[in-house]
Design a protein around this ligand. Structure first.
Ligand SMILES: NC(=O)c1ccc[n+]([C@@H]2O[C@H](COP(=O)([O-])OP(=O)(O)OC[C@H]3O[C@@H](n4cnc5c(N)ncnc54)[C@H](OP(=O)(O)O)[C@@H]3O)[C@@H](O)[C@H]2O)c1
Length: 296
């Protein structure tokens, strides 16, 4: 597709992310219409060639593909509910972050009104939008995704359709965010620990990096395979043995005056897994406790 025949696209919501989406569309040559509740946020985009719509209805009417990226699903609901049948014959792609339940509720609400809908989760920060490595998950009817895949490639090279369930993009999103936060929190906890003896983060960094590279990362495919198989063989470092080291981590955290909640959580879950008969299994057996935790 050449820049001359790019599909017209509307972007509703021009915060940091919505503005980045509109900029990427303009860069790729899409006729781009924009609307934001606070109109001045459209000024830079209009200077770049975007058309400013006076109302959300005018914005929707301008394009066959409408992207919405606002603060939350409550705002999406307010905007979509006020537009009645303005979306008929168009596709709404919602790139606002939320929960799977919010996504499924919205998909149902729009399906009842005959509106084509794709839910999306952006796994990137605004400067990455439009780049080949930018990952966006989509969920919704396959035919709708395929019809607009090429247009959506203008905002992210890594557009991935997860299937017809509108809730899956949000589920993948929070799962990856959880992975990021727990990993970074683990790093920060280790830096807090060594920091109690005036060890600078930079001094510890080579060991943390090597630990990620040679111990943590190579084990990930094995953990994933064991989780899928539901069997957790590990002759070298069984959970029963590891639980003792976790106990040292709890004690040392307390003794050094560092928050011991994170290691205490690990210790409690390891003990539960051992009680359930996983003492001779590997670390991946903790999934059994996390899946069926009674701690809510
Ligand atoms: N920024 C990131 O790194 C990033 C990464 C991935 C996903 N996301 C997701 O993308 C979405 C937008 O993020 P952002 O960074 O663009 O946030 P932001 O800069 O805070 O912008 C929020 C946008 O939502 C609009 N808005 C809020 N409530 C509204 C309402 N009731 N009616 C109409 N518009 C309303 C705001 O309009 P006004 O300008 O009038 O206030 C603004 O355009 C969020 O769901 C966020 O989680 C962001």
């Amino acid at each position: 597709m050449t820049a001359e025949n790019r599909a017209p696209v509307t972007v509703i919501g021009l915060g940091a992310m919505g503005s980045a989406l509109a900029r990427a569309l303009l860069d790729k040559g899409h006729p781009t219409t924009v609307w934001n509740r606070s109109p001045q946020k459209a000024d830079d985009l209009v200077a770049k060639g975007a058309v400013r719509a006076a109302t959300p209805a005018e914005a929707v009417a301008a394009s066959g593909v409408v992207l919405i990226c606002v603060l939350d699903y409550k705002a999406v609901r307010e905007i979509t509910s006020s537009l009645g049948d303005a979306f008929t014959g168009r596709v709404l792609v919602n790139l606002t972050s939320g929960t799977p339940e919010e996504a499924r509720d919205l998909a149902e609400f729009l399906a009842e009104r005959g509106i084509d809908y794709l839910d999306a989760a952006i796994m990137a920060i605004p400067p990455m939008i439009g780049q080949p490595e930018c990952l966006i998950f989509y969920g919704g009817p396959t035919a709708v995704f395929e019809a607009h895949e090429q247009t959506l490639a203008s905002i992210a090279g890594g557009g991935t359709h997860l299937g017809t369930d509108a809730g899956l993009p949000s589920l993948y999103d929070v799962a990856l965010l959880g992975l990021m936060w727990t990993t970074w929190t683990g790093l920060l906890h280790s830096l807090a620990l060594v920091g109690t003896e005036n060890v600078k983060a930079a001094q510890f960094l080579p060991y943390a990096s090597a630990w990620f590279e040679h111990v943590i990362a190579p084990e990930i495919p094995n953990i994933a395979a064991q989780v899928d198989e539901g069997r957790y063989p590990d002759a070298d470092s069984a959970l029963g043995m590891q639980a003792a080291a976790i106990e040292h981590l709890v004690e040392t955290s307390r003794a050094q005056g560092v928050d011991a909640e994170l290691p205490a959580f690990l210790k409690a879950r390891a003990e539960q897994a051992i009680q359930r008969g996983h003492g001779g299994d590997g670390f991946a057996s903790l999934i059994e406790v996390l899946r069926k935790s009674t701690a809510r």
